[in-house]
Design a protein around this ligand. Structure first.
Ligand SMILES: *Cc1c(COP(=O)(O)O)cnc(C)c1O
Length: 404
């Protein structure tokens, strides 16, 4: 059998050739802002870290393999990625975006729209035909994200990207892959032009740095993105590149374990009678679509309790689950989006978008699944959301269908 041309993702994540002069098994950290030239006329490969740094180059080459991109760029945050991308637009350019994008994405697009820099139009991206009908020759960029969180809406990326490029080959389809990570999804294979991710989440996985990663297969877009990054100075600092390289090596095993735990917790909550949103549950309305695009379901779920007060009590009664925003870290988190990550969206808009005020979001880590379920059970009992019946089974007391 002929040897394979490339390794699997799990192998690529841990395997790297540093090219280091001493063959260091860990890529060295070049914590230096400048690099000396041999002479006035002989400039080396690097001169100034804003423009390039060997630790950043190493990380970016590694990421390119993992994301199946030709070029990737590491910048200071996920929002930094979006800032770089939107700078490719000209005044008055029209963009189409989802109506359930990450709060920070919504904030930046709205800011640019209000300033009159761009015209941003938001639509329900789960309605593929609606989005297709809105794409026209004036559309310059399309911003997609899937699954969204915490509402877990899935977008038909392939069919929207294909349609957009048929209308206009130059339209730039941008995809935020933070929720799936390169382990579970390869958006560039689905026709996306620029993929970006908040590396603060799964890619780094330890909540000790902020970072963002941009990826593309187009040389032209890569050149334009690099121009902005070098001009604005948002390239990721060497130490953070080094930490991200370290986090990245365990990405596959972390996501695998987090997802395993999440599936168990989703089933548990569903069986107790809560309305659970998770793309890995067969009753999710877009289960098939999601499965056709991704290799898994991730580790973020949300559920409704039927009462805001009850949800507050549940959130405040867990021990292992920390009350915090963000996700993708090795430890589990619990939050109430309406009071935390999505508080910046006003109550009226939340209502229009059918955003349940009592929604609880769980971001699952790599702990022992039984410990996590015990922790949730304790919180559900303490809050009064569930009780134990004569047969020692949990049942839901809030009118949602108890299913034992
Ligand atoms: C966190 C997040 C971002 C922003 O990334 P930062 O690193 O926090 O700037 C963008 N998109 C999604 C889906 C996110 O979860």
């Amino acid at each position: 059998m002929a040897p394979k041309k490339s390794y699997s993702l799990e192998t690529e994540l841990v395997f790297s050739k540093s090219g280091d002069q001493y063959n260091a098994s860990v890529p060295p950290l070049y914590q230096s802002a400048t690099f000396k030239q041999d002479s006035l006329s002989n400039m080396g490969e690097y001169d100034y870290t804003r423009s390039g740094n060997p630790t950043r180059t190493h990380l970016q080459n590694h990421l390119a393999k993992i994301m199946k991109a030709k070029t990737t760029f590491a910048v200071s945050s996920g929002m930094g990625c979006l800032d770089v991308i939107t700078r490719l637009l000209k005044p008055g350019d029209e963009v189409i975006a989802g109506d359930d994008l990450y709060g920070g994405t919504n904030r930046l697009l709205t800011y640019l729209h209000k300033k009159g820099d761009i015209i941003a139009k938001h639509y329900d991206t789960t309605n593929t035909e609606l989005i297709k009908s809105k794409i026209n020759s004036k559309t310059r960029m399309i911003f997609l994200e899937s699954p969204t969180n915490p509402l877990i809406k899935v977008v038909d990326v392939k069919s929207i990207a294909h349609h957009a490029h048929q209308i206009n080959p130059d339209v730039i389809v941008v995809f935020d892959n933070t929720m799936m990570s390169p382990v579970l999804m390869t958006p560039l294979d689905l026709g996306v032009d620029i993929q970006y991710e908040s590396a603060t989440k799964y890619l780094n996985g330890h909540h000790d740095i902020m970072a963002g990663v941009l990826a593309t297969r187009s040389d032209k877009l890569a050149e334009q993105l690099y121009y902005v990054i070098n001009s604005t100075g948002c390239g990721l600092s060497p130490f953070d590149c080094w930490l991200l390289s370290r986090g990245l090596r365990t990405l596959a095993i972390r996501v695998e374990r987090q997802q395993q735990n999440c599936i168990k917790i989703a089933e548990f909550l569903k069986n107790v009678g809560f309305k659970v949103r998770y793309p890995g549950l067969k009753d999710h309305p877009q289960y098939e679509l999601h499965s056709s695009m991704c290799r898994g379901y991730g580790a973020v779920l949300s559920f409704e309790t039927g009462s805001v007060k009850l949800s507050e009590r549940i959130v405040e009664n867990t021990d292992i689950f920390g009350i915090a925003v963000s996700f993708g870290c090795v430890n589990s988190l619990i939050s109430m989006p309406c009071k935390m990550s999505h508080a910046s969206i006003d109550a009226k808009t939340r209502k229009e978008r059918d955003f349940p005020e009592d929604l609880i979001r769980l971001c699952i880590g790599i702990e022992n699944a039984d410990d996590l379920i015990d922790d949730l059970t304790k919180a559900l009992l303490r809050s009064g959301a569930v009780r134990v019946n004569e047969r020692d089974e949990l049942f839901n007391v809030i009118g949602l269908q108890p299913k034992l």
